[in-house]
Design a protein around this ligand. Structure first.
Ligand code: ACO
Length: 370
């Protein structure tokens, strides 16, 4: 038995949800470029869950269900009030999602119908949890979700209490479309491993949130912003990045296990970053990001991934840095739950082996002789 570090190149399951073939990403066979330009996040979530694009009436039905499920139990809000003010936002999200299970009478119902309902409910509730956490830690009262708003619009509304402008809603919605699913990425795999024991959907999502949190995965978008803040101004880009490269530091938002010739999602976020910068009259973050890309791609051949330009996009939208990864979770929840449903439909326990590298004939020594 020989281990492959990081399971690189290992095909661990079959799936018909999303594919990365020759650097092209599709959801259910539809190119991400077409979805990014033409679909809303709700249409994409439907596509991932049901395997086809919704008709107008199916979409309306899903939106109505999302709207009706967006409130979270008062007990969960009360529990969030007890979180430390400086709690890590992904740790808070992970904890609150775990708590949601306690108040869901169907949490342990393993029927397919109940699991689809739970996927929709979680999709509706995640933005509410994150917005409530952010308001409570800022000394403000949480804002209840507003009926009739999209997932993106409702999230922005619940953060501020103000009706978000169309540009912000469209940008966030497109970002949600771009992050919704990505084959067997680390968090999706974590979720599938958990539910393959026939554990419940909440446990799968909690595992996935834990995996997304790390800076080598979803946490990279926040880490990109930390780097942009550290650089501070366009004139410092060259010296800071060159120093990092000389010190063999990883540049956050670059590189990918699967894409070696560039992440197809990055160009959409780059365009959005430039457009939003122009609209807000400040292109500094965009220009700094482009400069960083030129240096890192020029010197290391590494291309930006989905996380790189999302940092400038979210900051230009006025979103706090530590909410970037939770936003990724809002979007990826659609993919996680589609994969969890697929896992239940064709389940087998996921239990690989390890190549043992320790001693083989060590002797037990009684404690008094050690
Ligand atoms: N900056 C500098 N060097 C890098 C970077 C980077 N961002 N990414 C990879 N490299 C280098 C490594 O140092 C390594 O060099 P070496 O062979 O000289 O040691 C080589 O490229 C291969 O890198 P690995 O880390 O082995 O590649 P792996 O496939 O395991 O990792 C990963 C992929 C985790 C995405 C990596 O590129 C990375 O850490 N990037 C920065 C974090 C990041 O942006 N993560 C988000 C990924 S997208 C997502 O999850 C949504």
């Amino acid at each position: 038995m020989t281990a492959t570090k990081g399971l690189e190149g290992i095909v661990a399951t079959t799936s018909s949800i999303s594919s990365i073939i020759d650097g092209v990403l599709t959801y259910r066979g539809i190119n991400i470029d077409e979805l990014a330009e033409g679909a809303t996040f709700e249409e994409v979530a439907y596509l991932l869950w049901y395997g086809k694009l919704p008709t107008a009436s199916e979409l309306e039905e899903l939106k109505a269900k999302l709207s009706a499920s967006a409130a979270i139990p008062a007990e969960v809000i009360d529990a969030i009030r007890l979180y430390p003010q400086d709690a890590n936002s992904m740790a808070a999200l992970r904890t609150a999602v775990s708590a949601l299970a306690l108040y869901d009478p169907a949490a342990q119902d393993m029927s397919r119908e109940a699991n689809v309902d739970k996927a929709i409910r979680l999709q509706a509730q995640l933005p509410t949890v994150i917005a409530a956490f952010d308001r409570i830690r800022s000394g403000q009262e949480p804002i209840a979700p507003k009926a009739g708003l999209s997932v993106a619009a409702n999230f922005l509304y619940m953060l501020t209490g103000e009706t978000p402008d169309d540009v912000a809603v469209k940008a966030l919605d497109q970002a949600l479309v771009l992050h919704a699913d990505h084959e067997l990425n680390a968090s999706t795999f974590a979720g599938r491993v958990t539910v393959a024991t026939l554990s419940d959907i909440y446990s799968g999502v909690v595992s996935a949130i834990g995996a997304l949190k790390g800076p080598l995965h979803g946490g990279a978008n926040e880490a990109v912003m930390v780097m942009l803040e550290e650089i501070g101004s366009p004139d410092r880009v060259e010296s800071v990045i060159n120093e990092k490269l000389a010190n063999k530091e990883k540049i956050m938002g670059f590189g990918h296990r699967v894409y070696k010739n560039g992440d197809p999602r990055a160009k959409h976020l780059q365009k959005m970053s430039e457009e939003l910068g122009k609209l807000k009259g400040n292109l500094d973050l965009y220009r700094m990001s482009v400069q960083i890309e030129e240096i890192v791609t020029g010197q290391k051949g590494l291309k930006p991934n989905v996380d790189f330009y999302s940092a400038s996009v979210y900051t230009t939208l006025g979103i706090k840095r530590d909410l970037f990864t939770p936003i990724f979770a809002i979007s990826r929840l659609s993919g996680w739950t589609a994969h969890i449903l697929e896992q239940y439909d064709n389940n087998r326990l996921i239990r690989p082996r390890a190549e043992y590298t320790g001693p083989t004939s060590a002797k037990f020594i009684p404690i008094e002789q050690r």
